[in-house]
Design a protein around this ligand. Structure first.
Ligand SMILES: [Zn+2]
Length: 264
């Protein structure tokens, strides 16, 4: 069976273990069903997720000109503290910025390879944690806009990481942490402006991923460099497919590539 379509991040369902779906234009694939099966990928062409043209992908699934133009790729996406919609100030498109920034945002602690702090829209809980491959996570603050969540994250970065080590996460070289203890330690560092929004009544969320075998030395696959790949799927964690030969494919960093997927 062969499918063809442009890669976008897998849709997930918070079940135990997580269910993963690869969505194409006219159909979808339930990836959990492909565990232990041989899958072949072939690169077909690029398709920018915004303009849909066959132009090299620059970042986040967008071609270079879209990346520097559209509101979905502005700096405040990666750096929430740069958000300005609450001041009525436009970056690229004020309507879009108000819609996305002026809604409840969560500051959380998540443990994927180490304890880290992060920000996400409330509607993205627990999707965001699944996408990062976190096996445990805890909400610590619910702010009314992205800016307040962003400055909280910046303040906490002095005490806790803000990045995941993807190799450690995939090798499952992980430790259980009591995130409620971390929350107590970090609360004093939350900035004055955001202190009204601290939440202390949440419990850790635990996440189980569908993995039969973890890689020992993960090798990263990118369809821009390797145009054909065939392997036996052994697991899915975060947005990574894990294969028997230790190849791992981050679907997120392959967004905007049109591929053909054949299942034997
Ligand atoms: Zn484009």
């Amino acid at each position: 069976m062969t499918f063809e379509g442009v890669l976008t991040k897998m849709t997930t369902e918070f079940t135990s273990p997580v269910n993963y779906y690869l969505i194409f234009n006219d159909n979808f694939i339930h990836m959990n069903q492909l565990l232990d099966k041989t899958i072949r990928f072939s690169f077909v062409k690029y398709e920018c997720l915004n303009c849909h043209l066959d132009k090299p992908i620059f970042r986040q699934g967008f071609c270079k000109s879209c990346f520097f133009d559209i509101p979905q790729a502005a700096d405040w996406i990666m750096k929430p503290e740069l958000s300005k919609a609450h001041l009525d100030e436009e970056e690229r498109d004020l309507d879009y910025e108000k819609r996305v920034q002026l809604q409840p945002h969560i500051v959380y602690l998540a443990n994927s390879s180490n304890v880290k702090v992060g920000v996400t829209r409330k509607t993205q809980v627990p999707t965001r944690w699944i996408d990062q491959g976190a096996h445990e996570a805890l909400e610590i603050l619910e702010a009314p806009n992205r800016y307040l969540a962003g400055i909280t994250e910046v303040a906490l970065k002095d005490f806790v990481a803000d990045k995941t080590n993807w190799r450690t996460m995939l090798k499952n070289d992980i430790k259980d942490e009591d995130l409620c203890v971390w929350r107590e330690k970090l609360i004093p560092a939350i900035p004055e402006e955001a202190r009204d929004y601290i939440i202390t009544n949440k419990k850790e969320t635990e996440i189980q991923f569908p993995v039969l075998h973890y890689p020992k030395k993960p090798k990263s696959l990118n369809f821009g460099k390797t145009q054909h790949y065939e392997g036996v799927l052994k697991g899915i964690k975060g947005q990574y497919l894990i294969f028997e030969d230790d190849t791992v494919c981050n679907i997120r960093s392959n967004e905007g590539y049109v591929i053909q997927l054949t299942i034997n």
